[in-house]
Ligand binder design. Structure first.
Ligand code: SAM
Length: 347
């Protein structure tokens, strides 16, 4: 797509998706989205973007097909096996050692597609605990994705044989059950994994996590949205928490929030203790700092009006002495923990 007209049609297509599917794709890299639109146009044998826009207006099934294409659900078990080796050999022993007896190991996999990226660390954890004959502590894995169809498949945990080439026959037999020519993850693993639809750019995150694995999602996002997501991950992890990104992804400029966990495995990061910006759930196209400042300004304005209003009603005159009950710094600190920090977890 080239030229102002094409650009305009592109944004109109995104608007159709927002209205009909309730998803805002403006935080995603336009080049990838444009390639997906072109692919759909070829499949529908439509030559011009303007014509495709009209087609979208009149065919809800095509809106849904484009939405599915744009989310790109490509995934597999143990993508990048060497990272999982490092996870099993070096990271998990350290994580498990930090846990108090009986406290659960919590893992979140946002953008988990059809579940393989959730079942992989689940298997890795169970193998590690069995190898060291450790008592299995409570394990909770949360898999979330924007795509409800992917979440349905993830819950079923049913995979065709060609998706399971990475497993030896013994491992396959240990973790899967043969069902009508497919393989289903055994109940012992499935019962530790909870799946839910969740928009990483909009919905409140999980919290108190030991491991957060989010591979091949950030690459599709614009830098500002990537930064917001990394900030969300920092908030969601426990002090000792570990972040796992995809091989082509990094924490970008957020070096104040994370450090490499292992010199030889650049996708694994540990959370840094820092007084980061508090989490603001909202517009991913504005930086966390901007959003935070705007909300502080709004809150200050509201508080001043309320204080002046109550003085007027009590004394029936305008009193122009300092209206702030406390120094600004202590106010902002209080707001950080009450108004702006979202601590709910999705169910
Ligand atoms: C390329 S797949 C990666 C799957 C898996 N993480 C992996 O690496 O094997 C990208 C996934 O991210 C999901 N996704 C895209 N935007 C999302 C968002 N805003 N919130 C949650 N999931 C999202 C897509 O639906 C898709 O399943």
């Amino acid at each position: 797509m080239e030229g102002a007209k094409h650009e305009q049609v592109f944004w109109q297509i995104l608007r159709v998706l927002r209205r009909r599917m309730d998803v805002d794709f403006t935080a995603y890299k336009p080049m990838t989205l444009k390639r997906r639109i072109e692919r759909r146009m070829v499949l529908q044998q439509i030559d011009s973007e303007a014509e495709y826009l009209v087609y979208l207006h009149n065919h809800q099934a095509e809106v849904e097909a484009l939405y599915q294409d744009m989310l790109i659900g490509v995934t597999s078990f143990f993508r990048d096996p060497s990272t999982f080796q490092t996870l099993g050999r070096e990271i998990l022993p350290r994580l498990v050692a930090t846990k108090a007896a009986g406290s659960p190991i919590r893992v979140w996999v946002p953008g988990c597609s059809t579940g393989e990226e959730v079942y992989s660390p689940a298997i890795c954890l169970l193998e590690f605990l069995a190898e060291d004959s450790l008592t299995v502590p409570p394990i909770q894995l949360f898999g979330t994705d924007l795509n409800p169809r992917a979440i349905e498949s993830a819950r079923a945990g049913l995979y065709p044989p060609d998706a399971l080439g990475v497993f030896s026959p013994a491992r396959l037999d240990h973790f899967f059950l043969s069902v009508n020519g497919c393989y289903q993850i055994r109940q012992a693993v499935r019962e530790r994994c909870v799946f839910a639809q969740h928009n990483l750019l909009k919905d409140p995150p999980f919290s108190r996590l030991d491991l957060l694995s989010c591979q091949n999602v950030l690459i599709y996002l614009e830098p500002m949205a990537q930064r917001k997501v990394i900030q969300t991950f920092h908030y969601a992890l426990s002090p000792h928490g570990v972040l796992l990104l995809g091989p082509s992804e990094t924490i970008g400029t957020s070096t104040d929030l994370f450090a490499h966990a292992e010199e030889h495995k650049r996708q694994l990061y540990v959370k840094k203790a820092t007084s980061a910006w508090p989490l603001v759930v909202g517009d991913v196209r504005r930086s966390p700092e901007e959003q935070y400042q705007t909300q502080v300004r709004r809150k200050m304005g509201w508080l001043m009006k309320r204080r002046i209003g109550s003085l007027i009603s009590r004394r029936r005159q305008i009193v122009c002495w300092p209206v702030l009950p406390r120094p600004v710094s202590s106010l902002t600190r209080r707001w950080k923990s009450s108004t702006f920090v979202e601590t709910r977890t999705p169910t």
